[in-house]
Each structure stands twice: as structure tokens, then as C-alpha cells.
Ligand binder design. Structure first.
Ligand SMILES: Cc1ncc(COP(=O)(O)O)c(C=O)c1O
Length: 351
């Protein structure tokens, strides 16, 4: 039996997927109970009156080229949030299985795990070592029921990259026994290659990517899971049939045109310059205790009086993220890097 069938929930491995309306664009559609006209105007043969292509081939091919994997290794859905949810649902039996996370980190991993009824095992990042991954402790805490390990690099909310070799060693040590999911939502803001090149040699490794961050499409909801084709085939069975809306598809394809990618690269350069400026200037402000270096599009900073800092930002019309509920970050705020003007206004509000 394949390792994915062994690792997956047996009922999901055995599930017969819903048969969505066939995608045969050369034929006129009288098979999906759609309205034959488009009240909003436009081409009724390909407008919003029609269900979209279930896993749109053109988008999958573009994403596969961008992320340098095969199209069979790509699942596309409503943001990487959807893939996180699908992974927990496909691999974890409620009341039996576990998901391992490394706090402080992105909250959706444990929320998705708990919604599924999986137990959440927490192995904190080493805060005294720049929030480094505790490889030994992660492996010590993995047991026979640990189906999924989520690692976030660069990590939200701390901004640091995790050691790539350590992540690969964890995947190797958990070979076929856990799916090790590396969330690279912010990797475009870092000077580090994606781990996706390692997927071929390490099939239980998976990588999450998104168009929400560097590509500026958070409102379109489009993210991808890159993984062994068997993992992708399993998740395709449980993803809702028309998960990528037509409007999202159009926006995503436009954002992946060569000229748009060129523009994105230029904006990323500006964003990195602004991140460097904020990292230089924030620590000089009274009330800022420290700012952690970041490989993402945000900075985590510690304040003597975070409540006042939040109030002063709001009085200047700016909202920053209260990070105090994260374990070990009792006086921290997370600041997304804005436009140069917004960043200057924030610095002024805190001067
Ligand atoms: C680490 C991380 N992963 C995933 C997501 C979700 O991204 P998406 O918009 O693709 O669902 C976020 C959103 O903030 C994030 O910080």
C-alpha cells in the first residue's frame, strides 16, 4: 500500500470523490444546471453563470512553472488556509491523531487541527535563540499518532526563517509517518530558495505557497499546496468541487503574466528597503524595547507600553497587530510594512 494511503484517514483513502460536472469546454453546457444567460453581461458561454473549471489547468501549469514543480504536485484552493484545513481533515482521525506546531506561529494550524478533533502538540521555538526551530524536541514529541507537522518559514509572527537543513532532517526522520508541511507564505520576502526543490527526494515533505502576500492578491483568495502527487490526489477528493472562482482565476492568471511578475519583483525591492528602514528607525524610538530582524513583510517589536503604542497608532489612523496573546510575546506588536508614507506616519506617531 502506498505511504499516503497508510498515513491518511482510512475512510478518506477509501472515499469515492464527488463527480463534478465534466469539464469539456469545446461542448455547449447543458449538464450543470446553470442559467444559459449571463444577467451581468459578458459571454454567457464562459461568464459567471457557469461553474468554473474545478482545478484550473492553466493556473496549475503557471503555478507549477513558477514554483518549479510538476503540475501533478500542485493543489490550488482558496488561499493556503484551505490547504491547511484539507490536510488536517484528510490525515487526522478525530480523537486519535495529532498535529505538531511550533509556537509562537500562525494560528490556523492549531485551529484547523482542533476543528478536525485532532490533538495539538506544541513544541515552542527557541525564543532565546532568535525563535529557532528546536529540531531535537520536535522529533522527541513526534509519536505514532503525529500525522502532520506544520513548520512556518519565515515564521509568522516572528519573521525569521527556520533552518532548512533541520526541516529536511525532520522530514527524513519522519519519513512516511508524518506529513511535514513547510508554510512558505512569506518566502518571496526572504533571500532564500524555497524548499520545494526537496519535494522529489522527500515525498512526505509538502510546501504551502500563496498569492496573498508577495503577489498582492489577498482579496482573491488563491493559494497552493505543493506535495507528492499522491497527497495532491487525496486532497483533490475532499476539496469542494469548484474551489477556485472564475474571478479569482482571472486575477491569478493576470498576476502571473511575465510583466506582472516583473512589477511584483520591483515592489518587493521597495518593500525590503522599507523593512530595512523600519528595522533601523524603530529601535531608536522611546518605548520600543527591541525589534526582531525579519525575512517577511512585517516586523515584530517589543514595547514598554504596547497599549499606548496601539492607541497612538490608531489615533494616526493606523492599525497594527496586537501580538500579546502569542505565547512568550507579552509586550509585542506585529507591524506589517506599508507604503513609505504609511511607515513614516507610524514612526511619527510613536516618536
Ligand atoms: C504563515 C501564513 N500561512 C498562511 C496564511 C494564509 O494565507 P492565505 O491568504 O493564502 O490563506 C497566512 C496569512 O496571514 C500566514 O501568515
Amino acid at each position: 500500500m502506498s505511504w499516503v494511503r497508510e498515513l491518511a484517514r482510512p475512510d478518506i483513502a477509501a472515499l469515492k470523490a464527488y463527480e463534478h460536472a465534466a469539464w469539456r469546454p469545446q461542448l455547449e453546457r447543458l449538464h450543470a444546471n446553470e442559467l444559459p444567460w449571463s444577467p451581468l453581461g459578458g459571454d454567457p458561454a464562459g461568464g459567471l453563470n457557469r461553474y468554473p473549471e474545478p482545478q484550473p489547468r492553466a493556473l496549475i501549469n503557471r503555478l507549477a512553472a513558477l514554483y518549479e514543480v510538476t503540475p501533478e504536485s500542485v493543489l490550488v484552493g482558496r488561499g493556503s488556509d484551505e490547504a491547511i484545513d484539507l490536510i488536517c481533515r484528510a490525515f487526522c482521525r478525530a480523537g486519535h491523531d495529532e498535529v505538531l506546531v511550533c509556537p509562537p506561529t500562525f494560528g490556523m494550524y492549531s485551529v484547523a487541527a482542533r476543528i478536525q478533533g485532532a490533538q495539538v502538540i506544541e513544541v515552542p521555538l527557541r525564543s532565546e535563540h532568535g525563535f529557532a526551530l528546536d529540531e531535537t524536541a520536535v522529533l522527541e514529541h513526534c509519536g505514532p499518532s503525529t500525522k502532520v507537522v506544520f513548520l512556518c518559514s519565515p515564521n509568522n509572527p516572528t519573521g525569521n526563517l527556520l533552518d532548512a537543513q533541520a526541516m529536511r532532517r525532520i522530514a527524513r526522520a519522519r519519513d512516511a509517518r508524518s506529513l511535514v508541511v513547510v508554510d512558505e507564505a512569506y518566502i518571496e520576502f526572504a533571500d532564500r530558495a524555497s524548499l520545494s526543490a526537496a519535494l522529489r527526494e522527500q515525498p512526505n515533505l509538502a510546501v504551502l505557497r500563496t498569492l496573498s502576500k508577495a503577489h498582492g492578491l489577498a482579496g482573491a483568495r488563491c493559494g497552493a499546496l505543493l506535495a507528492d502527487p499522491q497527497v495532491i490526489a487525496l486532497l483533490r477528493k475532499i476539496i469542494p468541487p469548484y474551489a477556485v472562482p472564475r474571478l479569482t482565476l482571472e486575477a491569478a492568471l493576470a498576476a502571473l503574466e511575465p510583466a506582472a511578475l516583473e512589477d511584483t519583483r520591483a515592489l518587493l525591492t521597495t518593500l525590503r528597503q522599507e523593512r530595512a528602514r523600519m528595522l533601523r528607525e524603530l529601535p531608536g524610538l522611546a518605548g520600543v524595547i527591541r525589534v526582531w530582524p525579519s525575512d517577511a513583510n512585517f516586523l515584530l517589536a517589543e514595547f514598554t507600553d504596547p497599549s499606548t503604542a496601539l492607541e497612538r497608532a490608531a489615533a494616526a489612523g493606523l492599525l497594527v497587530r496586537d501580538a500579546r496573546s502569542y505565547p512568550g510575546l507579552a509586550r509585542a506588536l506585529r507591524i506589517s510594512i506599508g507604503t513609505p508614507r504609511q511607515n513614516s506616519r507610524l514612526l511619527e506617531a510613536w516618536s
